[in-house]
Write a protein that binds this ligand. Structure first.
Ligand code: ADP
Length: 398
């Protein structure tokens, strides 16, 4: 087989990240990675680095909108400086009730995802836009959607079903789960010694946790949307549904338009809550730790809520798995925030989860459990691009 260059695209609310990989038999090597950041702000940035981390491009362009930003990416990738991609993999946060498999992107698929944009309202509209643009700017190159929901296709029927009437289930309301590409990348890195009973906590700006049996997802904390489960940077996580109804009724007093009222409610639930909402300080764990050092009680309460909620999910997944062999921390907080790992594990000794303070004093890949811990506790950074590349190669083969 000749070498196969693959472009990976990962679009966010104000950035588009990309990387070019070259695949040859079982080998995967990164050629370059880059990003356009600060879209629609006065602070536009565009950079590309080679595999060794040397900056090839470092600019501060005007990025008035996403279209200009994506054209910069497309022109650079096709400039001839890098091997021309033979396929493109799009990190796709959400599928839809009928899109549960990774697949070739067609206009029909894009319309389907668009129709269900409310499942991941912060992500899908952007992803759909980039998919449409990519079909235009990379003609003749197949594009594939690689879904964060795909890993969770194996969750149990009980985990999938929401306790609501069938009429809403028939509309596609169910637990989908998110961060699946990160979870897959942890399993990939643990091969060939995948523990039978595994819990992975992906703690980044969004936070979720999954119970995994023999490498397959059994249950996961996020639900219909990424707002479910654990409290995160700006999302509530699971709360009493009565709270949502109460807030909606308050909003409706001054907003008679139902759609607008729902949008305002969504802003409260997914942008103004969680760590930033509770602390009034920041959605960034580094700022919160600094505020705690300065004695800020609101920041302390927010972070305590975050870590204690995660500990409770570990406890419930321990019960669901009927034991535990390994606990893995990943994501920006999971990898870097030593204090969060200490606080989460503080009350889990009864479950045989004991971390060693010296081993835990680390950022990045490590085993941090104490010698007498029944459960192995590890920190493993995700390798999401690699998983996207692997899916694209498999789909090209199909
Ligand atoms: P995303 O979900 O957007 O991919 P990340 O996985 O990069 O986000 O995680 C972002 C979070 O990681 C932020 O809350 C940030 O504070 C936290 N983080 C990153 N580096 C550190 C660090 N050195 N110490 C503590 N927290 C960190």
């Amino acid at each position: 087989m000749s070498s196969l260059p693959i472009l990976v695209l990962n679009s966010g609310s104000s950035s588009i990240k990309f990387a070019v990989y070259e695949a040859y038999d079982g080998q995967r090597s990164k050629i370059c990675e880059g990003a356009v950041d600060g879209i629609a702000t006065d602070n536009g940035k565009f950079w590309i680095k080679d595999a060794a981390g040397n900056k090839l491009t470092d600019e501060t362009p005007d990025l008035p909108n996403r279209s200009v930003a994506f054209q910069l990416v497309a022109h650079s990738v096709l400039s001839g400086k890098f091997p021309k991609p033979k396929a493109i993999g799009h990190r796709t946060v959400s599928g839809s009730p009928t899109v549960l498999e990774n697949q070739l992107i067609t206009p029909e698929l894009i319309d389907n995802l668009d129709k269900y944009a409310d499942l991941a309202p912060l992500h899908t509209p952007i992803a759909v836009y980039i998919m449409r643009e990519a079909l235009k700017l990379f003609p003749g190159i197949p594009n594939f959607a690689v879904l964060d929901t795909y890993f969770h296709r194996t969750i149990s029927e009980g985990a999938r079903r929401m306790p609501i009437p069938d009429e809403y289930v028939d509309m596609g309301v169910r637990r989908y789960g998110y961060h699946g590409i990160s979870y897959e990348s942890i399993i990939h890195q643990l091969q060939p010694n995948i523990p039978q009973k595994l819990i992975v906590a992906h703690l980044g700006n969004g936070a979720s946790i999954s119970a995994i049996r023999n490498g397959q997802c059994l249950d996961t904390s996020m639900g219909l949307t990424p707002s479910g489960g654990i409290i995160s940077a700006s999302r509530t996580g699971d709360i009493d549904p009565g709270v949502v109804i109460f807030i909606l009724k308050q909003i409706a007093k001054s907003e008679p338009d139902t759609r607008k009222a729902a949008d305002k409610l969504e802003t409260v639930v997914s942008k103004n809550s969680g760590l930033v909402g509770m602390s009034g300080v920041s959605n960034d764990m580094r700022d919160l730790r600094e505020a705690i050092k300065q004695g800020n009680e609101h920041a302390r309460l927010a972070v305590d809520k975050f870590t204690s909620t995660i500990a409770r999910w570990v406890g419930s997944f321990y019960a669901e798995l009927n034991g535990l062999d390994m606990l893995v921390f990943t994501g920006g907080i999971g990898e870097n925030d030593i204090a969060s790992r200490t606080e989460i594990c503080a009350n889990l000794e009864a479950l045989g989860i004991v971390i060693d303070p010296t081993r835990n004093n680390v950022r990045g890949q490590a085993t941090i459990s104490a010698d007498d811990s029944r459960v192995t506790v590890c920190v493993i950074p995700p390798a999401e691009d690699l998983i996207i590349v692997n899916h694209v190669i498999r789909l090209l083969g199909d």
